[in-house]
Design a protein around this ligand. Structure first.
Ligand SMILES: [Ca+2]
Ligand SMILES: [Ca+2]
Ligand SMILES: [Ca+2]
Length: 474
């Protein structure tokens, strides 16, 4: 595979220097190459090598500088929360980011009065204080906060805990309770109340007028549980082999158990279990012993920490790490089922043993269209220590574009990624853009960049045979 140093070495073995002969830095390589090049190879190779020599010169001349940082739009997010029906109050954290310059925040939260009633708030931030709370018609609360330490830059800060009373009797009269009810908490609805325009950060001028700031909103959900059960998290994955992790959530509404046996069922054509990683706490140990059953099944025991025996709702107890084979499933969907089983995993084989109990919500892994990072021509990816996938382009990607243009090399793994300027064609300008970005602080590649995404905008014929490994939990 070509690398940055490979690029320089190849140039040293090149033939003529017919491109930009006045270019001084490249001429050093030309001298070297004239010494070593005892036979003139075909002209195409010479042109290719010379153009490479030009780019090596470019690399050496260009000063390294970092691209400018983009300004973020301040945002408000309601965290999802879970509760079981008998619990009195559910705590809903509200988070903000990128808002250090705002004078205040007006939060307008709409809720379903059949399931929830607004109780009170608990401020936790040392940077923001609650100025005013207005309840509106039992389904909306409007909370105004003041920024008391402007300029403090925080990535994401819990600014407030909103506490809602659960109306447990809401399901009275139904034949059988559902496993759970998801009830929405909505931010930013335009409001008929004259004093408010919804959820937004604002600046205050000399005459005490509020000037709203553009604010990104991310509403949340309260899930209320009415039965025991186990849920597997879902996600979406690009169609190449990679590790994916699905969370496991446990709900138990009695208080007489702290050991749970879990059975997992998956399709071994698409997934292999690598390990089950316990979360500690709430488990006593991160280590989970897996008992493999017939192909595509396994069982394990989860032991909760002392004192934790229920009731609890949607407790994140473990993560199941799978190796996805990269095979494309029919209907673009892989199902992972979990089940709660009476007794220990060793009591029987994975088919028999104890009876199942509680509800199950399977995890669904859907297949994403080809995601790529513009400029990362071979869709290479490295896993960093914190487990994140880094799929940014590297110098080797510029080399791949040049090789493909001037050397007629192998077909490129992802042509959309090689079309760095998204012109619909792979041309020399794409390599130039990438090199300028690396070494001169030039414009970054067109989107999707730096995060993986799909080719948007005008249709082109390029396509991407090898997407980047990418998994989105959902
Ligand atoms: Ca790459
Ligand atoms: Ca292009
Ligand atoms: Ca395109």
């Amino acid at each position: 595979m070509p690398t940055g140093s490979g690029l320089a070495i190849k140039v040293a073995h090149s033939g003529f220097h017919i491109f930009r002969p006045e270019e001084r830095t490249a001429s050093l390589h030309t001298v070297l190459s004239l010494r070593s090049a005892t036979r003139a190879e075909n002209l195409g190779s010479a042109v290719h090598s010379s153009i490479r020599a030009f780019f090596v010169g470019l690399l050496l001349i260009l000063a390294v500088s970092s691209p400018a940082e983009s300004a973020d739009i301040p945002s408000v997010r309601i965290d999802d929360a879970s509760a079981y029906f008998a619990e009195g109050v559910v705590d809903v954290p509200i988070l903000i980011s990128g808002a250090s310059q705002a004078d205040g925040l007006e939060l307008s939260i709409d809720y379903d009065e059949m399931f929830l009633g607004y109780a009170f708030n608990a401020g936790v931030s040392e940077h923001w204080s609650v100025e005013n709370v207005l309840r509106y018609a039992n389904h909306r609360v409007i909370i105004t906060l003041e920024n008391i330490s402007r300029g403090s830059a925080l990535d994401e800060d819990v600014v407030l805990h909103a506490l809602f009373v659960l109306k447990g009797g809401a399901l009275d009269g139904r034949d059988a309770p559902p496993f759970k009810v998801d009830t929405r908490l909505s931010l930013g609805t335009s409001s008929p109340v004259p004093t408010t325009t919804g959820t937004h950060f604002f600046l205050v001028d000399d005459e005490d007028n509020r000037e709203p700031l553009l604010t990104e909103l991310d509403s949340g959900t309260v899930s209320i549980y009415y039965e025991d059960g186990i849920e597997v998290g879902s996600g979406a994955v690009t169609g190449v082999a990679q590790e994916i992790t699905l969370p496991l959530y446990l709900t138990y509404l009695r208080n007489d158990r702290n050991v749970f046996t879990v059975g997992i069922d998956y399709d071994e054509m698409f997934l292999n279990v690598l390990r089950v990683r316990g979360l500690q706490p709430p488990l006593v140990d991160e280590r989970v012993d897996e008992n493999l059953g017939p192909a595509g099944t396994l069982r394990f025991e989860l032991v909760l920490d002392n004192g934790l025996s229920g009731p609890f709702a949607r407790l994140h107890v473990a993560d199941i790490v799978f190796q996805y084979t990269g095979q494309h499933p029919p209907d673009n969907e892989i199902v992972v089922k979990a089940e709660l089983i009476e007794g220990a995993p060793a009591d029987g084989n994975a088919e028999g043993g104890g009876a199942g109990y509680g509800q199950t919500v399977p995890g669904l892994v859907t297949l994403l269209p080809a995601h790529f990072v513009r400029g990362n021509v071979d869709s290479s990816a490295r896993i960093s220590v914190d487990g994140r996938v880094n799929a940014l382009p590297e110098l080797a990607d510029a080399t791949l574009i040049l090789d493909s243009l001037f050397k007629g090399g192998e077909p490129l793994p992802c042509y959309d990624a090689a079309d760095v300027n998204d012109s619909g064609l792979v041309e020399i300008g794409d390599a130039i853009l990438l090199l300028n970005y690396f070494f001169k602080g030039g414009d970054p590649p067109a989107g999707p960049f730096p995060h993986p995404g799909v080719d948007e905008g005008l249709w082109d014929i390029l396509g991407c045979d090898t997407p980047v490994p990418h998994f989105e939990p959902r």
